[in-house]
Design a protein around this ligand. Structure first.
Ligand SMILES: Cc1cc2nc3c(=O)[nH]c(=O)nc-3n(C[C@H](O)[C@H](O)[C@H](O)COP(=O)(O)O)c2cc1C
Length: 183
């Protein structure tokens, strides 16, 4: 059974990123996937400080919730990275999470991430879709480095208020369709 892990990087519960990821997971579930959502804001994820204990085949020195997320990530086939645009970048929650992917940058842990599929879910306020370009470059570079394949991008400009995507059925339909396409 395909395992899909949604990662919510917005601190706003039931906000636009949350609703869109939930739709992706719903679509995946409908096709028979096992789908789970993790909310970064509910977890304790400290900054990576480059101690590189993980490269010496030790556990991460931070001893926080990332230690339960590493095996969850390794068991998943598809990772859904959901973040709104915050100052042309990911949220601090999402950035801290990805910083901790240094763990995967050593031979012992490389196979735990390499070859996985990724999906991006990115809502933002401005109407110009080009505004998301720096954030897409960031993710493209990270995925390239990690040898992860980005299989779908849900880019949702023009949504600002909490839950505003509810008024944009085309975004919700696209999210559901992406979810179905993963299985
Ligand atoms: C701190 C902060 C920074 C933001 N920066 C941008 C930005 O650079 N460009 C943009 O279009 N929207 C920006 N926004 C708006 C959010 O991307 C938008 O409201 C989005 O729909 C929020 O998604 P959420 O409901 O999942 O949190 C920002 C919002 C906040 C709170």
């Amino acid at each position: 059974m395909k395992k899909v892990l949604g990662i919510l990087g917005s601190p706003r519960k039931h906000g636009n990123t949350h609703l869109l990821i939930a739709k992706v997971l719903e679509g995946a579930r409908e096709k028979g996937a096992q789908a789970e959502l993790v909310t970064l804001d509910a977890l304790q994820i400290h900054e990576c400080n480059g101690c590189h204990a993980c490269w010496r085949e030790k556990e991460c020195s931070k001893q926080d919730d990332m230690n339960t997320l590493y095996p969850k990530i390794a068991e998943s086939d598809v990772l859904i990275f959901g973040t709104p645009v915050y100052w042309y970048a990911p949220t601090a929650l999402m950035k801290a999470f990805i910083d901790r992917f240094v763990y995967f940058n050593c031979p012992a842990n490389r196979g735990k991430i390499q070859g996985k599929s990724a999906v991006l879910v990115i809502p933002f306020e401005e109407d110009d879709p080009e505004m998301v370009a720096p954030l897409l470059t960031f993710f493209d570079k990270c995925f390239q480095y990690l040898q992860v394949q980005c299989v779908a991008k849900l880019i949702a400009p023009g949504v600002t208020k909490k839950g505003e995507v509810r008024d944009r059925p085309e975004y919700l339909a696209e999210a559901f369709q992406i979810g179905q396409s993963l299985v």
